[in-house]
Every structure is written in C-alpha cells, then in structure tokens.
Design a protein around this ligand. Structure first.
Ligand code: SF4
Length: 415
C-alpha cells in the first residue's frame, strides 16, 4: 500500500489526495510519499527527520519526496541515502512520474502557465473537502519562498471548479474550503478575468445542495467590491476569514514588500464586521522579522485587539535561503522565540474571550468527530464545540452553547 505523509498547508493536503489517486492509477505498491513544505526551516527539518524514521521502519519500501521543499532544494533530498525518488510540484500530479528511471525529476516551476482541477473526491476522515482553485503567486514578499516552489499565479477555470464542487457536494461533503496560494488573485489569468467574489457566487448558485463554503486564506488588500458583496449577501459563505496579515507595523510591512498597511487590515475587519456581525478573523503573523524593534513588535501585538483577531498562526521568523529577508540584519533567535511566545499567548487570550462571548448562543455545527463520550464540530465562524449525544461526522447539528473552555465551546443539542 502507498502511504502519503503531508506537511504544510491545505493546498498540500488537497494535492496529497490527488497524489494518492495518481499513485493508485500508476499501480504504485509499498511506497511512502512525503509531500513536503518549505515555508520554514523547521518544516524542512521535520520532513528530513520523518524520512529517516520511515526508512528505519520500512527498509524495503520505495521512498519518494515531493512538495515545496523538494521543488526548492531537490539536490539536498537526492543526497539522502534514504530517498529513492525526488519529484517536483508539477511532476507529483502525473501518474507516469512514479515509475521513471531517474532519481530526480523537478522541472522549472516558473515555466508553468496553467493549473487544472485534480478532480479529487475523497478526503480521508474529513467532514469538509478542500478544493484548489488557484496555485502559485505573482508577488515577491521578501521573506517568502513559496513563489519559487509553486511558480506564478494561475487559476483553475470556473467551469472546472463548479464541476468539482458539485461532485464533492454529491459525494456528501456539506462544506468545501476553497484553497490556493494567493486566493484573492483568482481569475486574473482567465478570459474575462472572473474575480474570487464572482466565483463564490457562481458556486453557491450552481451547487444549491452545498451547505457551506469557506475560504482558506485571503490577502485583505486584494478584497474587491465583488468579494465584499458576496460576503454581505451569501449566507452560505462562512463568516470566517483568515488573513495573510504578517505584521502590524508599517515599516516592517514595507520591508516585507507587502501591499497593505496596518490600517488596511483593521479597515477590512471593521468593514466585514459591519456586513457580518458574527464574523471571526484569523491571521498569519510573523514574529521577529529582520530589523523589528520592540516598538515595531508592539504594533503587531496590538493589532490582535485593534483588528479583533481570534485565530492566530504565529510564525517565528525563519530565514529562507535565496530570499531578500535572509540577507537583512537578523533579530537574535532568543528574541524571535520570546516574541512568538508573546503573540501566541495574546492569541490564546483572544480565543478564550471569543469562546466566552459565544456562551448562551445557538449555533449550527458541522460534526467533525463522533466519539463514545463526546463529539466535536465547528460553527459557521470556525469555533470548535464539544457536545454529547448521537452524531455522525459530516452531519449538521443545532446546539445551544452552555459554556466554554479557553479554546472550545461546550454545547448541548437543541431538540
Ligand atoms: S503573497 Fe507573499 S507571502 Fe503570500 S505566497 Fe505570495 S510571496 Fe508568499
């Protein structure tokens, strides 16, 4: 049997399902495929560690490494004695790649102009399905290695997206998460340049059986009128947006080559909160970006309250070889670590106060796990809730929130 080990983002999780389908088509047996991530040095280190462990435990299996770290540093994986084959991010989606006579096949990702739907229809053990609508990125933020791993921005045709959304809804998934690298740049490369907002409305119109549509991560400065209108008018578009904010300090945002200022993040959250008062925001924040002073860090820390952020993904700055930020004056590692810990602590406080504020409310949950003692599910705004009673993963359940822990709602089914 072929095992897939996935690192990183939802796009990788989606592609791992496509890899599973391609590997099965190719008739691959007794193999372990690592779909790696290159966002941080830590992600790369973890993938190497996992590869060594897999080889020790499976001396005869074929070990294949792919994903963003394989795309950006194929040679360093090819040098590992544990590895049999290294494939690039495009090659991993081609069944023929799994039986080539070379040890490395990684092509120039910048030469890729198109991206197609992978027609994935199974997500093992998941109540929600991911749907890739876009890949790559045209921006060049100074800390980011992703464009070198995934190439320039390209969108899946609207017709293909709707066909796949319909298939996933028919396969019984009540919720679909649209995913990509730079989701808000959707459609720029397609005839008629359909926007992300237009795509959302079309999916919800042409797939009426779909109960929930969620977005993976957006760049708020690229949110246009059409997206805001979809947010305001489409009830089945979930009121939960994860922002690629990165910092709360304007000088640092400039040095990151981001296209937004601190006030833009706050303004976007205020606007959307007026349109959907039950909205919750998540955000990516980097701690310890080169040249960040205590005062600049303070602006990031304060952004959590000023924008009303709830779900934080905190990244201690990790210099990625070949990026401009890796050549900038670095903040001392212990300081980076300490700042990341302070952001996480602030994030936990924000989550706890959100959980408490939801006590007493009625919510609809998408059940994720059903257990002998209790079940868990997610609200529209992505809060996790724990409740008792009969339930099946993928079912929608109405509950009353009776209490909360610092990270979870406690609820009981409404009769
Ligand atoms: S927008 Fe910036 S951070 Fe995001 S993938 Fe593109 S280059 Fe990286």
């Amino acid at each position: 049997m072929t095992q897939i080990v996935t690192f990183g983002c939802r796009l990788n999780a989606y592609e791992s399902e496509a890899i599973r389908a391609r590997a099965n088509e190719a008739g691959l047996k007794d193999a372990i495929i690592f779909n790696t991530c290159a966002v941080t040095g830590e992600a790369v280190r973890q993938s190497r560690q996992a590869i060594r462990k897999a080889r020790r435990e499976n001396p005869h299996s074929k070990i294949i490494v792919t994903g963003c770290a394989a795309q950006t540093e194929p040679g360093s994986y090819a040098q590992m004695g544990e590895v049999d084959l290294v494939l690039g991010n495009i090659e991993k989606l081609d069944a023929k790649s799994y039986f080539i006579n070379e040890r490395v096949r990684v092509n120039d990702i910048m030469s890729i102009r198109e991206t197609a739907s992978q027609m994935v229809d199974s997500f093992e053990g998941r109540a929600r399905a991911f749907l890739q609508v876009q890949n790559g990125c045209d921006h060049r933020c100074t800390f980011c290695i992703i464009p070198y791993a995934r190439g320039n921005s390209r969108s899946v045709g609207t017709g293909e997206v709707i066909a796949e959304a319909r298939r996933l809804a028919e396969a019984g998934f009540p919720e679909i998460v649209l995913t990509g690298v730079d989701l808000t740049s959707y459609g720029h490369d397609l005839p008629g340049t359909p926007s992300l907002g237009a795509l959302i409305r079309k999916i919800l119109k042409l797939v009426p059986e779909l109960k929930r549509l969620r977005l993976s991560s957006i760049d708020s400065i690229e949110a246009d009128e059409e997206l805001l209108r979809a947010i305001a008018e489409e009830e089945r578009l979930m009121p939960h947006f994860h922002l690629s904010a990165q910092s709360g300090d304007d000088m640092i945002l400039k040095r990151m080559k981001r296209r937004h200022a601190r006030k833009d993040t706050i303004a976007f959250c205020d606007t959307v909160r007026r349109l959907r008062p039950d909205v919750a925001f998540g955000a990516d924040l980097i701690a310890g970006f080169p040249t960040e002073t205590d005062a600049m860090f303070g602006n990031s820390h304060a952004l959590i309250d000023d924008a009303g952020l709830t779900y934080l993904h905190v990244f201690p700055f990790s210099p990625r070889k070949g990026t401009p930020a890796a050549r900038m004056p670095q903040v001392a590692k212990p300081v980076v670590k300490e700042r990341a810990a302070r952001l996480r602590a602030k994030g936990e406080q924000a989550l706890a106060s959100r959980m408490n504020a939801m006590a007493g409310s009625a919510q609809t949950l998408l059940v994720e796990k059903a257990g002998p003692d209790f079940n868990t599910g997610r609200t529209n705004c992505f809060a996790q809730a724990r409740f008792t009673g009969a339930a099946q993963p993928g079912a929608m359940v109405r509950v009353r929130v009776t209490g909360a822990t610092s990270s979870q709602l406690i609820a009981e089914p409404l009769q």
